[in-house]
Design a protein around this ligand. Structure first.
Ligand SMILES: O=P(O)(O)O[C@@H]1[C@@H](OP(=O)(O)O)[C@H](OP(=O)(O)O)[C@H](O)[C@H](OP(=O)(O)O)[C@H]1OP(=O)(O)O
Ligand SMILES: Nc1ncnc2c1ncn2[C@@H]1O[C@H](COP(=O)(O)OP(=O)(O)O)[C@@H](O)[C@H]1O
Length: 329
């Protein structure tokens, strides 16, 4: 029985009669091929990658397992459509905290159409992509049974400044947010989720080492998905935090050239995460400075307060929706 994924945080969604991915109970994620060449490009990438003997095992495990394609009833009711059959990377978790981070200061690439390049260029400029080399595309953080998931609106997430991004990366590993929106993120899960020999930083560093070397693929507009289960961390079990690369609709051939765009963005993300691990207090200070700047903005031009982030971070006007999720940030 196919259903709409509960824990999808970005991308096209199979809700309200739209075309989007589906999952089943056996741990598979079915991503519909889009009509233009994006779908066939992604199939071509997965086919090449999964049979490429030059990819080391420790790198292969950072990608979802590929099980070929399958014709399925599309979620938009348009009939049978080929779908990529992938490992559902969150299926083994009941309350996964998930973050989708699109890597690269540019999501466009020279081989794309002029229209696509212009759209990407605009988004890259308007988000943190250009300034940081990556942008957060979507996220959800599990609080507790009462508060449920904190899943900020997509457009809100994409308007984050560099300072906001740092705060969100801290919130992702904090025990007191979103449960207690009045306190600064405590980063109490940072060591077990980001740190350690098997944590997220270690996995990102493995990926970086490979990208310093590999010239086979250029992963344009691709994301890293960060996933962990809070309950496991609370029990003090070994971190099950995972990094998975996803979205290969715009991969191009590497042609013996290093993927500088991906590598640069990855290094920037690594720096942010390393800083949270080594000096979490310093980040808080910067965030507080940012908050007071924003407070001034709200006081002087409340109607122009473009992001709810500032409201939540400073005035704690977080809205709890009926289903327990927190609206806004
Ligand atoms: O259609 P939109 O505006 O939701 O844009 C999609 C993007 O959403 P976002 O910019 O995050 O709002 C979406 O980004 P995310 O995966 O959500 O990060 C993709 O870039 C998607 O393009 P493609 O399927 O990778 O070719 C984008 O789809 P296309 O615009 O290329 O159809
Ligand atoms: N293999 C997977 N397993 C579980 N969730 C996934 C998987 N691939 C993607 N997702 C979820 O779907 C979202 C969108 O995926 P993506 O491949 O970027 O789609 P799109 O091409 O529509 O942007 C991701 O942010 C993530 O939440």
């Amino acid at each position: 029985m196919l259903k709409v994924p509960d824990h999808q945080v970005a991308g096209h969604q199979a809700r309200n009669g739209q075309l989007g991915p589906l999952i089943d109970d056996s741990g598979r994620f079915y991503k519909p091929l889009q009509d233009d060449d994006r779908g066939s490009k992604e199939v071509a990438f997965y086919s090449s990658f999964s049979s490429n003997t030059r990819v080391p095992d420790h790198i292969r495990r950072l990608f979802p397992v590929f099980h070929g394609t399958q014709l399925l009833e599309a979620s938009d009711g348009s009939g049978l459509r080929p779908h990529l059959v992938l490992e559902d990377v969150v299926s083994s978790r009941s309350h996964p905290s998930v973050m989708d981070i699109k890597i690269g200061s540019r999501t466009w690439y020279p081989e794309a159409s002029e229209d696509y390049i212009q759209r990407c260029f605009k988004k890259d400029r308007e988000t943190s992509s250009l300034s940081l080399g990556f942008r957060i595309s979507g996220l959800q953080i599990y609080g507790n049974e009462e508060s449920g998931f904190w899943k900020p609106e997509r457009k809100l997430v994409q308007n984050l400044s560099a300072a906001d991004v740092r705060v969100v990366l801290k919130k992702f590993v904090s025990s007191n947010l979103p449960v207690d929106p009045n306190s600064d993120p405590d980063c109490s899960f940072a060591a077990s989720v980001y740190g350690g020999s098997t944590g997220i930083l270690a996995q990102l560093l493995e990926l970086k080492a490979w990208f310093e070397d590999q010239t086979m693929y250029h992963l344009n507009s691709c994301s890293v998905l960060l996933v962990y289960e809070k309950e496991k961390v609370l029990k003090g079990e070994r971190s099950d935090a995972e990094v998975k690369l996803i979205d290969f609709a715009h991969v191009t051939e590497g042609k013996d050239i290093i993927d500088h765009n991906f590598l640069g963005g990855l290094c920037s993300l690594i720096k942010f995460i390393s800083e949270i691990l080594t000096s979490p207090d310093e980040c808080t200070t910067k965030a507080c400075l940012r908050d007071s700047e924003r407070d001034k903005e709200i006081l002087t031009s409340p109607d122009e307060c473009t992001t709810k982030v500032c409201l939540q971070d400073s005035d704690k006007n977080t809205n709890y929706s009926e289903n327990g999720t927190i609206e806004g940030m």
